[in-house]
Design a binder for this molecule. Structure first.
Ligand SMILES: Cc1ncc(COP(=O)(O)O)c(C=O)c1O
Length: 391
């Protein structure tokens, strides 16, 4: 049995006042005020510390918000060719692309779209360095290292776990491994505060010190929950300033979740209320199709209005998968068929992971402004979206 992760969702906030029947079901509703609040915090950290803070598209790719995001952040980090294309076409600014392994057929396009291309191994770097050198644009080369110092709370999200393929083990660093490299990247955290970053740095500082000369930047990856209320932002700012002064290098952070934390809900509808040893609620929200991390992480998403009293329901989707279970929630008064429900903190790592297994419909995407109450439908999906990925 895998460990259950704790949701980091805060309270419903402004969404508590949102009338769930205003949107089709299912539907992601993103509050642009909440996104802007997060962006303002991240920009403040960047301004105070001098760090470059990039949006990790893997977590939140809502490009209809690109004009807003670009007012606060200088660019994006991409996980490969397609995200690099999205970053360049929709967001602009800096693009830093890291992939566990680039393909020869894609590398020239990746280089053409990126300012930093970050390789996972010296072998990939050596293989594609001539391609980087052949371009007329000033593209910088990075190497992802594996600090071999586990801080992530769950093994599945720990790039420093034994036999990890993510990053070059720090014990394997050599001058040759770093020849042609402009920057070092590490990503070891997952929904974490400042202290684990500080500990990671303390664990690797002496090992990388001999190699810092000649580098231009350090990238501390993502997983920093900078916009969470309890994050030690003053500590982070002081730390970055100190490392900039000591190393003389530029510092990059690439948070994803922190940009969209507590900024979106997933609205659904109760379709049926059968019983089998307990009360069940079948909804048009599917864990496997709309919130796959519920099964993959796994975690139990917070539900708007759940309480300590009332009937306990096991919520699940309408797909054929027996394990398409969202979780058990106490609700009062009793649910009614047709009633709207909403899961909290779904803007990140849900919208980017949806799929149409079983022909389950994709949630629509709506943008809400919790200050003006303006609501805009950004996208609704149809049969064509389902069929366009099949043949
Ligand atoms: C290399 C890298 N950078 C950035 C991120 C973004 O992390 P988060 O959304 O947790 O901030 C991830 C997440 O997996 C990552 O693997």
């Amino acid at each position: 049995m895998s460990e259950l992760m704790q949701t980091q969702a805060g309270a419903a906030g402004a969404f508590a006042a949102f009338d769930l029947t205003r949107v089709p079901s299912p539907c992601f509703v993103v509050d642009e005020v909440a996104v802007e609040r997060n962006l303002a915090i991240l920009k403040d950290v960047a301004d105070q510390s001098g760090a470059h803070v990039l949006l990790a598209l893997k977590a939140f790719s809502m490009f209809s918000l690109a004009p807003l995001i670009r007012r606060y952040l200088p660019g994006c980090c991409a996980s490969g060719l397609l995200e690099a294309q999205l970053a360049r076409r929709e967001f602009g600014g800096e693009v830093a692309t890291y992939c566990a392994a680039f393909k020869p057929s894609e590398i020239d396009q990746v280089i053409a779209l990126s300012d930093h291309v970050i390789f996972n191994s010296p072998a990939q770097k050596d293989r594609f360095l001539p391609n980087v050198k052949a371009t007329s644009r000033p593209v910088q080369v990075g190497l992802r290292i594996n600090p071999e110092f586990s801080q992530a709370p769950v093994a599945k999200y720990d790039p420093c776990a034994p036999f990890s393929r993510l990053g070059t083990p720090i014990s394997q660093l050599t001058t040759d491994a770093l020849s042609g490299v402009d920057g070092l990247h590490f990503h070891t955290l997952c929904e974490q505060g400042f202290a684990p970053l500080e500990r990671t740095w303390a664990a690797i500082e002496d090992q990388i010190a001999p190699y810092l000369n000649g580098l231009k930047w350090l990238n501390f990856g993502g997983g920093h929950h900078i916009t969470r209320a309890d994050y030690d932002r003053a500590g982070l700012v002081a730390f970055i300033k100190k490392q900039r002064a000591r190393t003389g290098l530029q510092i990059y952070l690439e948070p994803g979740e922190a940009v969209a934390l507590d900024a979106g809900i997933l609205v659904g509808e109760v379709l049926d209320l059968p019983r089998n040893g307990m009360d069940l609620a079948i909804t048009d929200i599917s864990a496997t199709c709309h919130m796959p991390d519920v099964i993959e992480a796994p975690y139990r998403p917070a539900m708007m209005g759940e309480g300590d009293v009332g009937t306990l329901y096991r919520f699940g989707g309408a797909s054929c998968l027996a394990g398409d279970v969202i979780g058990d929630y106490r609700v009062a008064p009793d649910l009614k068929i047709g009633q709207r429900i909403a899961f909290l903190d779904q803007a990140h790592y849900s919208m980017v992971k949806t799929n149409t297994f079983n022909g389950v419909a994709l949630p629509a995407i709506a943008l809400w402004n919790s200050q003006t109450d303006a609501l805009k439908m950004i996208r609704e999906f149809s049969y064509d979206d389902f069929a366009s990925r099949l043949s």
